[in-house]
Design a protein around this ligand. Structure first.
Ligand code: DGJ
Length: 560
């Protein structure tokens, strides 16, 4: 196709998209336009602003093939059970542009409309040029023409199962489709049901460290762009090619630059029509012992190339880790690597089980703006909510109803549901306190029985496992599941939330001892504390015992 034909399709596509947007907008009752969500930074801390205030994404990601109207009945009951406030769900390029240049946003509209009905916000995942390093979500008519929409060439001269970041024909079409999608969202979603968009999915390449096709080779032999040298801390000076500048890391750095440049252009074009927060997710390297180039997906925003992504794709607000690991040392290292002065921490994918749920608190401890276990819908599991976890006390807010007592995939769903049930009602307060720098949070680490959090005149001591004296013990766990959040509300008043641990306070003044003036169990709802009971006696004599079901406390302290 010539440039002229492409132009014709561009005009045609814009026209179809406009008609679709106008039609969709016409069906909606008039709504008051809310502020566009934003990522903001203040005093070195980030917040995701939604409806003008910090928002904590209590997310869950649907399975890859669940973004279809016929599958949504298996998604919403899971989101409801989890008490998630945000659903992450894909939007498929192959669906919205099944016919070249004609955009059909009816599926997007169905998802957005149903999300509103379920009072849930959306993180839409643009499955465009890249999905897990491949081009499997390109429209059929593109996949059928690999000569035009070409794949990357590997070191042996063979096409790989991965798109070439040097294929401008694909890039132009991705830009056109993503822009039409964002333009449609802007017209359809004055309510800001969609609060953030992921651009591509785990972009990059498995099995080849870069593209060896002719255009790629030419660029690899050319001087490294000065902004890349600067981002990677290399001295400016005489032009230097990739091999000479980066040695063994040359190929992965080059591929990261090529992929980030392509994705960055797609993101910038979409953002120009609708400035929602945008992010790119990464399949990770081993954070402790990163293997040599070739042992991990190259090209995506792995920790070693984050500066290259920041330089080449400034329209991407956040680069984010998909964390599929249970080991606390590795998990925490990943969180640290992505919690940067130039990058807010956001975990858009992680495993859903009991071993990982506690790391939601670790992410909060690094001012995380969101957390979202993957695959939490009923498309692959029985369509009944999992068995209700033991609740203490029975009258706890959000306690599961009788409908939530059927057997089901408890291991995968219940730990996340526990977290979100307790944090959900006070999500705005937790997000605000974190943005203000008043909140700290931790999770249990094997071999670390206590952790100390410093708050001016007070230290909060979090301990795990029983058997350290006192009548009422925090539960002894066979697996580490403990988690705690402590936020300073005023000089001597704290919010404490968590489970499977004990939280106590010590004055930093050596000659003083703490006393609990009062410990209220309840929850914050939009800044107002909803009281359930006063904890005392066995529940507080040796510290605040947080049992297996998470609770929230407002604690007033004194000294004597
Ligand atoms: C990471 C990807 O980003 C997800 O879309 C999904 O494929 C999971 N891996 C694995 O199921």
């Amino acid at each position: 196709m010539t440039i002229v034909n492409l132009g014709k399709h561009l005009r045609m596509g814009a026209f179809v998209a406009l008609i679709a947007a106008c039609g969709a907008a016409a069906q909606q009752p008039p709504v008051k336009e809310r502020p566009i969500p934003q990522v903001v930074k203040k005093d070195g801390r980030y917040a995701l602003m939604v409806d003008g205030a910090p928002y904590l994404m209590l997310g869950a990601q649907a399975h890859n093939s669940s973004g279809w109207p016929g599958m949504l009945p298996k998604v919403w009951p899971a989101i409801e059970y989890l008490h998630a406030n945000t659903l992450e769900i894909p939007v498929y390029w192959e669906q919205i542009e099944a016919h070249q240049g004609q955009f059909d946003f009816s599926v997007v509209d169905t998802i957005v409309t149903q999300a509103r009905e379920h009072h849930v916000r959306l993180d839409l995942l643009w499955f465009g040029t890249w999905k897990n390093g491949s081009q499997h979500y390109m429209p059929e008519w593109m996949k059928a023409d690999p000569a035009k929409y070409f794949h990357l060439i590997d070191k042996n001269g063979h096409p790989a199962d991965s798109p070439s970041p040097f294929c401008t024909a694909s890039q132009e079409l991705d830009i056109r489709a993503f822009t039409a999608f964002m333009r449609h969202l802007k017209a359809f979603d004055a309510q800001r049901t969609v609060i953030i968009v992921q651009v591509e999915n785990e972009s990059g390449t498995w099995g080849s460290t870069r593209d060896y096709g002719p255009a790629a080779q030419k660029a690899f032999d050319a001087p490294v762009p000065p902004e890349v040298l600067k981002a990677m801390g290399k001295p400016a000076g005489a032009p230097v090619n990739w091999q000479d500048a980066f040695g063994v890391e040359a190929e992965v750095n080059f591929h990261a630059w090529a992929v980030a440049t392509y994705v960055g252009k797609v993101a910038a074009a979409g953002k120009a029509v609708y400035a929602l927060p945008l992010y790119a997710n990464a399949a990770l390297r081993d954070p402790i012992k990163p293997g040599a180039p070739g042992s991990y997906e190259a090209g995506g925003p792995t920790d070693n190339v984050i500066p290259i992504w920041k330089a080449a794709a400034p329209a991407i607000d956040i680069v984010s880790p998909d964390i599929y690991m249970n080991d606390p040392v590795a998990y925490l290292k990943v969180l640290e690597l992505y919690h940067r002065d130039d990058n807010p921490l956001f975990v858009p994918e992680t495993s859903g089980g009991a071993q990982v749920a506690r790391f939601f608190f670790s992410a909060l401890g690094l001012q995380g703006i969101g957390f979202s276990p993957f695959g939490l819908d009923y498309s692959t599991t029985p369509s009944v909510p999992p068995a209700a976890p033991t609740v203490f006390p029975a009258a706890a807010p959000g306690a599961p109803t009788a409908a939530a007592t059927a057997p089901g995939p408890q291991d995968q769903f219940a730990p996340t549901a526990q977290n979100y049930r307790i944090i959900g009602p006070m999500m705005r307060d937790v997000a605000r306190l974190n943005f203000e720098g008043k909140l700290q949070a931790v999770a249990e680490e094997t071999g670390t029985p206590t952790q100390t959090l410093h708050f001016g005149a007070w230290n909060a001591i979090v301990s795990y496992g029983g058997g350290r004296g006192g009548r009422a013990q925090a539960p002894t766990t066979t697996q580490p599941t403990g988690r705690a959040l402590v936020a300073q509300l005023s000089d001597n008043q704290f919010l404490v939330a968590g489970s499977s641990c004990r939280v106590d306070f010590r004055p930093t003044q050596a000659d003083k001892r703490r006393q609990f003036i009062r410990a209220d169990e309840g929850t914050y709802e939009n800044g107002v504390f909803k009281f359930i009971r006063i904890l005392n006696g066995d529940e507080t004599d040796n510290g605040l015992n947080l049992r297996a079901e998470p609770i929230a406390l407002r604690v007033s302290l004194g000294v004597y």
